[in-house]
Design a binder for this molecule. Sequence first.
Ligand code: ADP
Ligand code: ADP
Ligand code: ZN
Ligand code: ZN
Length: 842
Amino acid sequence: RPPSAAPASDSRTGYVQVRGAREHNLKDVDVDLPRDALVVFTGVSGSGKSSLAFGTLYAEAQRRYFESVAPYARRLIDPAGNPEVDSIDGLPPAVALQQHRGAPTTRSSVGSVTTLSNSLRLLYSRAGTYPANQRHLDSDAFSPNTPAGACPNCHGLGRVYEVTERSLVPDDSLTIRERAIAGWPPAWHGQNLRDILVTLGYDVDRPWRELPKKERDWILFTDEQPTVPVYAGLTPAQTRQALKRKAPPSYMGTFSSARRYVLQSFATTQSALIKKRVSRYMESGECPVCHGKRLRPESLSVTFAGMDYGELSRLPLKRVEAVLRPYAEGTAFSLKKLTREHPEKALVTERIAKDLVARLHVLMGLGLGYLSLERSTPTLSPGELQRLRLATQVRSNLFGVVYVLDEPSAGLHPADTQSLLKALDSLKAAGNSLFVVEHEVDVIRHADWVVDVGPAAGEQGGQVLYSGPLDGLQEVEASQTRRYLFGAEPPRARPPRAPRGWLRMRGVSRNNLHGLDVDFPLGVFTTVTGISGSGKSSLVSQVLVELVSAHLGHEPVEEEEEGEPLERTQVRTTGGRITEGLEGIHRLVRVDQKPIGRTPRSNLATYTGLFDHVRKLFAATPAARTRKYDAGRFSFNVAKGRCETCEGEGFVSVELLFLPSVYAPCPTCHGARYNEKTLEVRFQGKNIAEVLGMTVDAAHAFFAEEPLALRALSVLREVGLGYLRLGQPATELSGGEAQRIKLATELQRPQRGHTLYILDEPTTGLHPADVDKLMAQLDGLVDAGNTVILVEHDMRVVSASDWVIDMGPGAGDEGGHVVATGTPAQVSRAPRSRTAPFLAPG
Ligand code: ADP
Ligand code: ADP
Ligand code: ZN
Ligand code: ZN
């Protein structure tokens, strides 16, 4: 054990003293961490940094907090929540700013997360300009989420939903029989409506667009609901005769126009599926009453600095700051007038404005000045969200707490790292401690104290290799971090590859992109760079993905999202087309950071397909064959094999009064997820639950003789995930881990070339040593004839790419252009590029 990791005495003051930490892979770790300091935890992925920072220190602080506020809840809360540690002394209360894992569940906005909206509403309520004779409003009246504030026409959504001929009949060359009216119900119900139209004398075999407008309008929009005889199975001619003969009909059918059907189903159905289906045939438009501002006319009549609340919410934060600054500084003309007439009102205005401006400065410092208050949080990246929360804390006036952060540099361009460090410094200056898990070398260099965990991942990690001021790390041979901090890593020697062709996009419009022309080289490795908010994701993850998907004939794969389908419908000003190069792309693979599943039922093994192989191996054992257990028996999603108490979840949720509900291990199977009978079957001495509990590394040794399982496991190790357990629930994985699992799943497919791979900041959560592994994989894909495009901030990766597209120059309205494009060496010489100074000159 290196001397620095061993505490000199047992009672160092000013230190948090951890003794015997054994959470996850930690190997009985003793470590002392200074308080009131910036402590950075480093080490390769899976080495145990988070197990120490979050799993031990933060978990223990939480446990003590719960014990103090709700002793009665203790016995209900998952006892596994107690970290495995002998003792921790000197631990202050902790606040965790973690990048969310899994899905954001709340409907919130930049304004609500930062609580800026609260102050602004107060400002409008107390200091707004009211029309003559209007009563004063409460601050509630400026929130679209309260009955006092919500626009009565759209219920505060800002949008209304209608059907149009275009939305109901997407292809007007079809006949009604050919299902021109796509918005109608499917199957029998749709046929029924068609037969009614036949009875009513409409021509269902003429292309829709050739029908007279009056007929089209009636069919789509009428409110009449005639009930008429229906002759199922007869042709139109036979139907006419039957009607003439007054033949007995098959039944009486009631007509409903397409609009009636769609709107009514949307409003009344209990089925999320039907709701989603019919929502496709609706178009949303701005609410004509509030013009999308979501508030009552009364609330919108109140202005501040000449703007109503809705207008202010739409401005980028830095413009809001510019509006408020004169009020904060007491120089605004109207403020002077107010001081004479209503001195108390002037005082309130100035105080609220001062507070808002100070908070806005912190947000702008963290490179978030391009966001608007009304921007909803599900549209933010995890890194942006964490920085929003960080900024909120900087102004919270808390002191004496320890902030535990998870890679705050994620999503941040190196040009903005300095402001991040300033924010961390100001939290420290206010009397707080900071425990930060980080890979970015500039943040590590700024630390007062570095804790390097390693030497490798999982079982091969879990030791504190070094704990002390940065310089000392240089002497620690076992550390992989040391190489990247002190050794100048030579940039890749290989000359950039030459493109095989070009994918040319013209007139791209989305978010802050307005009529942009961009060319992406094919058959090479491209990085798209630029500061946060410059438009990288809009260009790559949105427009490029959509245009290529459209060409390949499938809609961009949209994962099931939570919430009402229409709440997420976004206003999209999409424009743009691909004019050249599409023939070079046969397949599109988007490897993003979205969770691989939203329930603990999906995990690493199920997602990659590995579990199918494993279950077949279990079904083929003699014990399983005697009992006639098939592969399905070994799935925790199928009734016959799983534990009935928890239905295969492994835990049950416990509802607590006043506290969020918590999960506790299942009392029957104790987390095994299977029933006794299933667990009796063993493969090479292990039952199925034990196999799911293995790490990828352990499973790789265990399945050494099983080529199919081995292939999936090898690729997972190659992308640096050897430390994950096979059954690790999707909900416990970080965005970066989810992304690497997707990549591994792709890599185990046979390579045919001509695939376009799109990745959004894949290096998030990766130690430089792991980044090198990832790069080797991506290079392999390019060498196999594919195209790789990355949105990226890691300058080592950018320097090693073949081609760079640098967006900017600024964020939001000040971005949206291609500032420089070329090889990394060429871009390093571009005068206006903020990325150039960080690239090695070629
Ligand atoms: P790092 O933060 O350095 O990437 P972690 O602390 O997340 O590493 O992981 C260290 C080890 O602990 C890994 O082997 C990982 O698989 C394991 N581990 C992480 N989370 C859990 C968990 N919830 N249950 C069991 N093992 C876990
Ligand atoms: P980057 O990827 O470079 O950080 P983005 O493409 O995410 O930049 O953002 C570019 C601009 O578009 C910013 O002003 C951002 O606020 C805006 N923007 C991005 N996504 C959305 C969205 N879903 N809704 C509204 N505005 C968005
Ligand atoms: Zn409205
Ligand atoms: Zn159970």
